[in-house]
Design a protein around this ligand. Structure first.
Ligand code: ACO
Length: 402
């Protein structure tokens, strides 16, 4: 038999980098991130300035097309999006097929993928940029409808149709919360908070879900298929699912009598699988600039809504202890974007299982921009290598002799 080590030696140089900690997969002009300094910029604009001054659709345009829109461009973009919010009635049949206890992330990724069936032309990898633009408008318009419908399915309520008189955030809130025949009024504090949260989540360079979107898209799979894959990658508790996990952890601490020090000790214990959810980040090793903005927003929103949430007190206590604790300081573990976002979502009336869906709504323009950039750069198919560690060549043993 041929010696496998010789075969390995002949297969060229392969670097092993588990988790791609030091591997750049692409060049990108979309998002700048400096983990040491805690800097995040979309297309050169600071996250702090965008979160304060911009609207989510404006930021979406910026990420996807590279420049802040003029007034006319923004108006056109918003109108286009409003025109496509309605989804095909047959999608409701797909939704009805899900059991009501289905996690809304699974429902969301399935409904997004179903768009490939309703718009089969989206499967053509050689479409013109005008046709691609229409797919982009469609998915931006329909995601809030899918997200709200996934929620309505879970609580067993009839779905609400989009209201095209409303802006992006308000339309979503109405589809989420309006009861049949109710004159629903959007709370402007909630709509503004949602705008900020969506902007903060809009892009974050080559994270797990974005890399997934780019890798799936690199096989020339459609925009909808690629984004559906990204939604599934986001779902896990080490990525977007962390916002749900944080809230569940805070509730667990509250139920256990609010002993934060005990849970900090658990997080440090290597024999205990418990991790302080919402803490730590692959890239930020000083602070997460989004977490700073969110912490302030949590105080503002809860104050304006008159919500006194004991979970916010627990979260702040955990942060205070961890920031002074040798373990967390040494390992450079700080609150990330998800540490406080769940508390705001809760104050807005959004249930815990919807938190990661909210993240997906925010991340959508980033995924689109990254997919579009990958396509326009004609990037090669993503296909990492491996180092084989299995058996050398073996002879087949007949079934009756095993
Ligand atoms: N609690 C306790 N210990 C932690 C935590 C935590 N939250 N995060 C990291 N550590 C420890 C690890 O045990 C490890 O210790 P070791 O060196 O003694 O083995 C060390 O810090 C480094 O952690 P890694 O998991 O190797 O770091 P990595 O960069 O691979 O992971 C991650 C980053 C996944 C974010 C991690 O910090 C984590 O699991 N955090 C909690 C989940 C979370 O909040 N995820 C959201 C991330 S932000 C986002 O996706 C939007």
């Amino acid at each position: 038999a041929v010696d496998i080590s010789k075969l390995r030696a002949n297969s060229g140089l392969i670097t092993i980098d588990p988790g791609f900690k030091n591997t750049g997969s692409t060049k990108s002009a979309i998002t700048f991130l400096n983990g040491e300094e805690g800097i995040l910029r979309y297309r050169g604009y600071s996250i702090e300035e965008l979160a304060e001054k911009s609207s989510f659709l404006e930021v979406s345009y910026l990420l996807i097309y590279g420049e802040l829109p003029t007034k006319a461009q923004l108006e056109h973009f918003q109108n286009e999006i409003t025109t496509h919010t309605l989804v095909h009635e047959d999608i409701k049949k797909i939704l009805d097929g899900f059991p009501s206890n289905a996690h809304p992330m699974g429902v969301l990724s399935s409904l997004v993928c179903s768009l490939t069936a309703f718009y089969p032309e989206s499967l053509d990898p050689n479409r013109s940029s005008k046709e691609v633009d229409l797919s982009i408008i469609r998915i931006l318009s329909k995601m809030p409808t899918f997200a709200a419908w996934a929620f309505k399915n879970q609580i067993g309520h009839p779905v609400n149709y989009p209201d095209n008189e409303l802006d992006y955030q308000s339309n979503f809130l109405k589809m989420m919360f309006a009861l049949p025949a109710e004159k629903y009024k959007v709370n402007p504090v909630v709509a503004k908070a949602l705008n900020t949260l969506l902007i903060l989540h809009a892009d974050h360079e080559q994270n797990c879900s974005t890399s997934t979107v780019r890798v799936v898209g690199s096989s020339q799979a459609s925009l909808y298929a690629s984004i559906s894959a990204g939604i599934n990658a986001l779902w896990g508790p080490l990525h977007g699912g962390a916002n749900q996990a944080v809230l569940e952890m805070l509730e667990q601490i509250e139920k256990a009598g609010g002993d934060t020090a005990k849970f900090i000790a658990k997080a440090k214990d290597k024999n205990d699988p418990f991790r302080l959810m919402g803490f730590g980040h692959r890239v930020y090793k000083n602070f997460d600039p989004r977490a700073k903005i969110i912490k302030k927003a949590a105080d503002d929103v809860l104050g304006q809504l008159g919500v006194d949430d004991p979970l916010l007190t627990i979260a702040k206590e955990l942060e205070q202890i961890a920031l002074k604790d040798e373990y967390f300081v040494e390992k450079k573990l700080y609150p990330n974007v998800d540490f406080y976002s769940g508390i705001i979502y809760r104050a807005m009336g959004i249930p815990t299982e919807m938190f990661t869906v909210m993240f997906a709504l925010g991340r959508l323009p980033g995924w689109i921009a990254q997919w579009k950039e990958m396509r326009e750069n004609n990037e090669p198919i993503g296909r990492p290598r491996q180092v084989y560690t299995g058996e050398n060549l073996r002879s087949y043993v007949d079934l009756n002799k095993r």
